[in-house]
Design a protein around this ligand. Structure first.
Ligand SMILES: Cc1cc2nc3c(=O)[nH]c(=O)nc-3n(C[C@H](O)[C@H](O)[C@H](O)COP(=O)(O)OP(=O)(O)OC[C@H]3O[C@@H](n4cnc5c(N)ncnc54)[C@H](O)[C@@H]3O)c2cc1C
Length: 506
């Protein structure tokens, strides 16, 4: 076992979409900084960012009903929907910049235009969807949203879902053509290929075992080569903990006070994937339903056309479940070893508060395939068991923390950047809306961790992301400009045939 010592400017832990995005942003802002990446697995994008481990929705609140809750007075709160839509525009602008600069190629290898739809049944839900439609349809960010409760129209939009539907219950849907399916795994791999071409040192099969402050305020990482067992000590002035579910343990090892009193609640996932090409061909949309009463937001069922391995696929889910692992390739002891003296009370409070959720998740794990088929038949009444297989999705680790509003041990459903006061180390925790907002979240992290550089970097950031610092809602003209240019560059016009779209961007 050796003990080499090296130094670098920036360390990125984990080769998922978050490190890929931060690395790509920093390479544009400060090309001469030395960046080193450590990833415990053999390739980039193998955990949550992998295309089979997430749902590939370009989250922009076009169809996700949990982003537009109904207020007690019956009106619809669209503030979260606007925020998420705005953040996805930031991602699209950065991806377009990378394509236009020839830093990545062929956007159709990672992003495809796909209608986003919401579908509900029952009188109350139809009334809710109509109100949501009215609240959003005059907003420039949601232009093109259509509503229908006419079964004939719905049959045109979603023939697979309407076929064999015998119930007389009212049914309605909204549809918008500017939605996307994003292959975050392919995008992550493309970004790491790009980083490699810019001399970023990417070390696969290297596990970060420990993180310590050095006397000069830098960080020293203990990194183990998984194949040889060799241990290396690497120091850096800045460390990003982009370990996905593995981030909490690493944050705890850093010992920063900002990382105390935080816990993680792991939620596993399953998808059903259709193996019958005739059925796959009958559907072309992402169709989001409404979460069942008592179900967490990450288990909103949806039936999605996906583009994976250059092939059209059809996936249903995710079915949330409980597993104590924090990563799909993690350990059964992850949850237990994340409990420390500083977060014990927080974790116990969360345990007590979330008994119904834990019970729900455990019941979900126990569901038989036939029970899952019954849920699928709410969407596809004629679904046949032999046409569908089960695939295990990624793990999400929801943040648990103490909040002023809800007290100790409160479960959070968003993503959170936790950073040291001096900005020398930052970790990304949480799961949703996740990969879609990676660019926005990493820009926020840059602002927090490099305040001394931000003024000098702003012109370049604005070149990459023209809407940086501007509310698109308040600037509809800028929104239209950005929307048309990103649609063109990323080949997202639904009328653009695949080959033409490829040629126009490569
Ligand atoms: C079921 C499911 C559905 C989802 N659906 C969507 C969706 O539709 N749209 C969307 O935008 N987002 C979605 N998400 C969220 C999205 O997948 C994640 O937010 C995103 O992939 C997280 O990226 P990451 O880079 O932080 O983590 P990851 O992709 O998990 O990468 C972390 C990497 O760090 C490595 N690592 C961990 N610990 C160490 C260590 N000690 N040393 C070295 N390496 C380490 C891991 O091996 C891994 O490769 C979904 C997630 C799940 C689980």
């Amino acid at each position: 076992m050796g003990n080499r010592q090296t130094r670098t400017d920036v360390i990125l832990i984990g080769a998922g979409i978050m490190s890929a995005t931060l690395g790509s942003l920093l390479k544009e802002l400060v090309p001469d900084w030395e960046i080193t990446v450590f990833e415990r697995l053999a390739n980039a994008g193998e955990e949550s960012s992998n295309e089979w481990n997430n749902a590939g929705t370009g989250h922009s609140a076009l169809c996700e009903l949990n982003y537009t809750p109904e207020k007690p007075d019956g009106s619809i709160d669209i503030s979260k929907a606007i925020k998420i839509n705005d953040q996805f525009q930031v991602s699209k602008q950065f991806w377009s910049y990378l394509v236009n600069s020839n830093l990545i190629r062929n956007p159709r290898d990672f992003i495809m235009p796909l209608p986003h739809m919401s579908l509900v049944q029952g009188e109350n839900n139809v009334a809710f969807l109509k109100k949501r439609f009215k609240a959003l349809s005059n907003n420039p960010l949601f232009q093109g949203l259509e509503f229908s409760d006419d079964p004939k129209k719905l049959k045109e939009w979603i023939p697979l879902i309407m076929e064999g539907r015998t119930s007389n219950e009212p049914i309605a849907a909204t549809k918008i053509d500017s939605g996307t399916d994003v292959n975050f795994g392919a995008l992550t791999r493309m970004l790491f290929d790009h980083l490699k071409s810019k001399n970023v040192d990417i070390k696969f099969k290297h596990n970060v075992d420990d993180i310590k402050r050095t006397s000069d305020g830098s960080w020293e990482l203990k990194v183990r080569n998984i194949d040889s067992g060799t241990v290396e000590r690497v120091t850096s002035k800045f460390v990003f903990i982009g370990g996905g579910g593995g981030s909490l343990h690493l944050l705890q090892k850093s010992g920063i006070p900002e990382g105390k009193h935080i816990g993680g609640f792991p939620v596993s996932g399953l998808f059903m994937v259709c193996n019958n090409p005739d059925v796959v061909a009958q559907h072309h949309a992402k169709v989001y339903g409404k979460a069942k009463v008592g179900a967490p937001p990450m288990s909103v069922p949806h039936l999605d056309t996906r583009f994976i391995d250059n092939k059209k696929s059809l996936l249903f889910g995710p079915f949330a479940g409980f597993s104590p692992k924090f990563l799909k390739n993690g350990s059964m002891f992850d949850l237990l070893t994340s409990v420390k003296t500083d977060n014990l009370v927080t974790m116990l409070a969360a345990g007590a508060k979330n008994v119904p959720l834990t019970k729900y998740l455990i019941e979900q794990v126990m569901l038989s395939k036939e029970k899952r088929m019954e849920e699928l038949r709410d969407f596809v009444p004629n679904a046949k068991s032999e046409d569908w297989d089960i695939v295990v999705a990624g793990q999400r680790v929801q943040v648990i923390k103490d909040t002023a509003a809800d007290g100790k041990g409160t479960l959070q459903f968003g993503t959170e950047v936790i950073s040291a006061a001096d900005g020398s180390i930052a970790a990304l925790l949480g799961a949703s809306p996740g990969a879609s907002t990676a660019v926005f979240v990493m820009l926020e992290l840059i602002k927090k961790c490099f305040p001394q550089h931000i003024k000098a970097w702003e012109p370049k950031i604005k070149e990459m992301i023209p809407s940086y610092g501007v509310s698109l809602l308040k600037n509809p003209e800028l929104f239209h400009e950005i929307h048309s240019s990103t649609t063109r560059t990323l080949g997202l016009s639904k009328n653009l045939p695949l080959q033409i779209a490829r040629r126009s961007v490569s």
